[in-house]
Ligand binder design. Structure first.
Ligand code: SF4
Ligand code: SF4
Length: 87
């Protein structure tokens, strides 16, 4: 669910608190079970298996995503709502 990017700045920012909560509900493995490529093992994603299905190159050379099943079905796909454990 994380897309890593970066912004270069010349100001000091206060860091967020370290995450101490579990992001996934106990025993959830919807993403693992839904992946048609069996690319997820609960620890990492096998990029070779995933990209075969998820990346699609258009005629103009743009790379689009054509599979996002694991993310679409994730109960946290829109973020984890703040609660006692997450605030
Ligand atoms: S994007 Fe598709 S192929 Fe890649 S891990 Fe998710 S469900 Fe599997
Ligand atoms: S579907 Fe979402 S909440 Fe469930 S195990 Fe996968 S990443 Fe975690």
């Amino acid at each position: 669910m994380i897309q890593i990017g970066s912004v270069l700045m010349d100001i000091e920012l206060e860091e967020d608190k370290l995450v101490t909560y579990e992001g996934c509900p106990e025993n959830c493995q919807i993403c693992l079970d839904s992946c048609p490529q069996k690319a997820l093992d609960g620890i990492t994603v096998n990029q070779e298996l995933c990209r075969t299905l998820s990346n699609f190159k258009t005629g103009k050379g743009y790379i689009l995503k054509k599979c996002n099943l694991c993310r679409r079905l994730c109960p946290n796909c829109l973020g984890i709502l703040p609660g006692p454990e997450t605030s």
